[in-house]
Design a protein around this ligand. Sequence first.
Ligand code: TRP
Length: 467
Amino acid sequence: MANDKVSIHGAWASRWVFILAATGSAVGLGNIWKFPYMTGMYGGGAFVMMYLVCIFMVGLPIMLAETLIGRRGRQSPVNTLKALAIESGASPKWSWAALMGMIAALLILSFYSVVAGWSLDYILSMGSGQFAGVSAEGAGAAFGALTADPWRLTLWHTLFMLLTGFVIARGVVAGLERSLRIMMPLLFVLLLVLLGYSMTTGHFMQGFHFLFNFQPDRVLDGVLAAMGHAFFTLSVGVGAIMVYGSYMPKNASIGSTILTVGILDTLVALTAGMALFPIVFAGGLEPSAGPGLMFVTLPVAFGNIAFGQVMGTLFFVLVLIAAWTSSISMLEPAVAYLVERSKRSRVLVTSVLAFVCWVIGMGTVLSFNLGAEAKFFVFSDDGFHLFQWGAEGGRNFFDSIDYLTSRILLPLGGLSFAVFAGWVLKREAVREELAMKSPLLFNLVYWFIRVVAPIGVLIVFVAELSK
Ligand code: TRP
């Protein structure tokens, strides 16, 4: 019999609310903004291929592991790992993995909020018709002007952090469910509308070809990035899915639920890619434009189609919603933990944590303008520098946090959670949580959690460090 414990923070009404919440967490800027631009940078099809392999072989098994650990523990990730480790006769130090994840999630939130803030700015400029008839150069200049202005960035970053904090402070269960039910389907509809538009550009096949054309020589270019992104887009490796799992009804089937979330997330990313690239090519723009892809190419498209002003505004509203349902899941593990630990109110804990993230996010704000020359992790001819002003080839603050989280902390966290579920928890406990009817299927899934996913992460990780 599965355990009858409930979390002190609340519980989802049904399995569907978990799907909504987990999909809301997974579908975000990673799908609509990051995936298309990374695909552009790493050569298209080869990257997409590696991404899909990473999602199904590594990402989903880890998502399963996180969910089952969370539901079994019914506490914040840190306390869940501690309790389950002790119960299984292992070291309580396992909770450090969750602690690291919690910090990674806060670091991600710090820059996520800045970028999500851009969509707030775009809602306004789209809505006021600023992009009507805009050229590619005009849209590029508008984006440049936004990122060059620390005050404007700070304003939107602050606003988005307040939005995130507001929902978390009120409790995830209460505020979220209703808006998710409306916004997630709307996001799908809008993506499909956009996809339909891109089919009329006359460059659809060019975009399609770019996404799915497999160039073997570019596979190795993007494999590390693909693994990092698989973690990022599924929200795994930090305990976000784990904390959502801790609110999951005990009779819900974890396997089919996670598969649904994974497929939805992948579909949104691919659809975003298929919608964006034809527009990029139609506008004569570069697919490898990097982080500005969505904020430069989409305005061009919307500025030049019928009803573009309305649709473009709606689109950025939905980007905002997608980002917002994700940002919440980054704050929740830490809030749950500190509420458990300090016994202080949720409102107080949320305010403090959101403020800390806001301060770190100011580093990202400045990395686009005044602090663009502040470089971290610099490998130059005279050796390694943690920090160097104006260094060639180093990473700015935003790139550094992105790199540290996506490439290092998320894989490490994911690895720990898979190993914990696969090797520390008793086989019977895992079998009970997964409750799969077919023993064959259980063995297969268990093997993925125990062996395939950890080895996959390790290979990529060692390759990364030895680069
Ligand atoms: N998955 C989200 C996206 O693709 C980002 C995200 C939400 C996330 N929660 C997370 C990433 C936790 C890492 C960890 O935009």
